[in-house]
Design a protein around this ligand. Sequence first.
Ligand code: SF4
Length: 380
Amino acid sequence: MEITEHMPYMEQIDSEIMDKVLKLTEEYDYNKYTERDVLEAIEKDYIDFKDYGALLSPVAFKYIEKIAQKAKAETFKHFGNSVCLFTPLYIANYCENQCIYCGFNCSNQIKRGALTYEEIETEVQNIAKTGLKEILLLTGEAPTITGVEYIGEAVKICKKYFTNIGIEVYPMNSDEYAYLQKCGADFVSVYQETYNLKEYDKNHPKGPKRCFPYRFNAQERALLGGMRGVAFGCLLGLSDDFRKDAYAAGCHAFLIGQKYPQGEISFSVPRIRPFINNEKNGPKDVFERELLQVMLSYRLLMPYAEITISTREAPKFRNNIVGLCATKISAGVRVSVGGHDEEAKGDEQFEISDPRSVKEVTEMLKNKGLQPVFTDYIYV
Ligand code: SF4
């Protein structure tokens, strides 16, 4: 199957955004930027794609401190001192795809499982006891086992305990997103992993995820289905050119935000973490310095967008990035299927670097003079 080929059930919407993003990314040459371009971008109130490209360029490293100061001011302007807390809950790890960078890859011999509705309720009750009001539900991509109705029931259970529910499952059609929105879901996260078609092809040898455009247009279908917000990102370090991938993810989010101004936009910034079969991969490393540059650039491109920092990153980095540009932080995280109650029902997707509890992360935020926020949106 070609990566541009849709399977019969995949909805195709009339959208120009993918072509625009791929063209912009192809034309993006980060080596052509000068220090002057970077300084001009820092001085502007609103930056365009050229400025954004300058901030992501290697030459911008020299001004990272200045960029950070600007990003901090922008974050404060739009979010004040507040930082939202949430936790992910993996409800299943079955998957039909063979993404070579992922522990849930269907060719990996791992313990697989899907929580029953009773088990989901128990997990959710345990999470709710920590005080959290926002949850992110995750599955692999196995619609025959964890179909839209299963996810919908899980969302309904969460709705009893949480005010904000995100789903990070698999790309769906707009009517399926509409159904999940009616069940109570607020946010949809779909990460493109890489915007480089050749790398995408190489890293996704099997399964429905091979269809690049269906994945690319998922946020748009989610907004057409009535979701309140959508999240973007690429798996930094997956392709050999993280700058181009980050540039593409920013352009993608920005253009969706322009077309759907009612949609709340957020970014996540996953990096490759160790997992089984890791030696098969050959990513160029993205160190914390590069990760910081990407996050600061997202902030200046879309000052009002939420930026999430996950437990893939070390506590020290997470502590420093909140208030600077990150506005949402996970806490009390398990990346196995279940595991907030007793024994996990399925293996983990990756290793986490920050095992701190909700209480510990809350304390950290308070000690930094930040305001931990559990509910930032109320339906009336
Ligand atoms: S990244 Fe997602 S789709 Fe790919 S193997 Fe992992 S769980 Fe499945």
